[in-house]
Design a protein around this ligand. Sequence first.
Ligand SMILES: [Zn+2]
Length: 102
Amino acid sequence: MDRFADFLRRQIDIDLELLRWVREDAESGTSRGCFITIIRGFRECELKARLLRVHQWCGQGSGPCDQVGDAFPPEDERGCTTRALLGLPYSDRPGYAHRWRP
Ligand SMILES: [Zn+2]
């Protein structure tokens, strides 16, 4: 299951790095980046990271979805529906496994 969580963390890190480049270009005046879009992007990354943190143990017996009986079995790398949905925006990126689709 860690492979899926590692994939998600890596994608969030990639998004953060891309946002930093856009922000730097906008701040230096080399491009006309929209600061509202950049701020929203950072907030969305924070949301995804927080959700992943809350659901990091789902499917291993001690996550919130395990407590309510809504986690996937341990052999399912996704852990729970929330984690599976977090991966959906990254389904076109290299490394995403089709079986991770919600
Ligand atoms: Zn969960």
